[in-house]
Design a protein around this ligand. Structure first.
Ligand code: GUN
Length: 285
């Protein structure tokens, strides 16, 4: 079997286009959603991610701004910026691009972003809402995977899903969303003994550990649907995912490519979260 591609470029465009009526409804009320990204230091990958996010904003007519701080900035300076953005009325989403330089407490500072503007969905309030089955602003990559599942009309009720990875950003929220939609979910990690024993039972496999070839074709059930969340740079500069695409695509029925797969969806989900935040923050009571 040769898998068909789940096209992140196409599906993310659909998702972004579907936001236009909501943007128009906000515009009638004089509201233009605004996203503020904070970049600390000069991490080349972070530069690319932030550029993609701000470009998606301008393509759709959202306001976006990037705040750059030096790699050796004091924590107080960063916290001051977060606090200013928390109360800035023209900004509805605040995103602290990770990773931060090691002298800064990434978790602690991330949690200073007010939950109503936490478009990454990393605050305890937003993560708690997700655990409770009442998601508000949820983590973008997990939302992106779910949007692909829905676009492809992949049945979830009763399906066996394996999530490889337990990060707060991807693994855990994806598992929670799959559970809430009726899938039977197994969460594996890089430490799981005999990973293949689990993945071979799965109708849906989501891989997010940050290591190339974590899942290969021989570890898959024929016909499985595979979501590759990894973005790894090889020594030759090429980008590859966490799944061995060549072997996996011979066994899976559908698979996301890297690049051009889940990464595109993360950006689209971030834009949707920013629109959602603008709608919620502007509710008149
Ligand atoms: N660094 C890599 N991915 C992400 C993300 O989704 N959000 C933030 N804030 N930083 C990241």
């Amino acid at each position: 079997m040769t898998a068909s591609l789940i096209d992140g470029a196409l599906i993310s465009r659909h998702l972004l286009e579907s936001l236009r009526p909501r943007l128009a409804a906000l515009a009638v009320r004089g509201i233009k959603p605004g996203l503020a990204a904070i970049l600390v230091g000069e991490n080349p990958a972070s530069e690319v991610y932030v550029r993609n996010k701000t470009r998606a904003c301008s393509d759709l007519g959202l306001k976006s701004e990037v705040h750059r701080l030096n790699a050796d900035c004091a924590e107080a300076e960063l916290l001051g910026l977060v606090q200013r953005l928390n109360v800035e009325p023209s900004i509805h989403g605040v995103l602290l691009q990770l990773p931060l330089p090691p002298h800064l407490d990434a978790d602690g500072i991330t949690r200073k972003i007010v939950a109503s503007k936490d478009v990454d969905g990393f605050s305890w309030e937003n993560l708690g809402a997700l655990v409770a089955g009442r998601p508000q602003l949820a983590p973008c990559t997990a939302l992106g995977v779910m949007a692909m599942i829905d676009h492809e009309a992949i049945p979830l009720e009763g399906a066996n899903a394996v999530v490889v990875g337990r990060s707060v950003a991807v693994g855990k929220p994806t598992a929670l969303m799959l559970i809430s939609r009726g899938a039977t979910v197994t969460v594996c990690t890089s430490k799981t003994r005999d990973l293949a024993r689990h993945t071979r039972e799965a109708d849906i496999v989501v891989v997010a550990v940050g290591k190339p070839a974590t899942v290969t074709g021989e570890m898959l059930k024929p016909g499985a649907v595979v979501f590759d969340v990894g973005i790894n740079r090889l020594p030759d500069g090429k980008i590859t995912g966490d799944v061995d695409f060549a072997s996996a695509s011979l066994v899976a029925s559908r698979i996301t490519p890297v690049p051009g797969g889940v990464g595109r969806m993360t950006v689209a989900a971030l834009i949707e979260n920013t629109v959602r935040a603008a709608e919620t923050l502007s509710v008149v009571v």
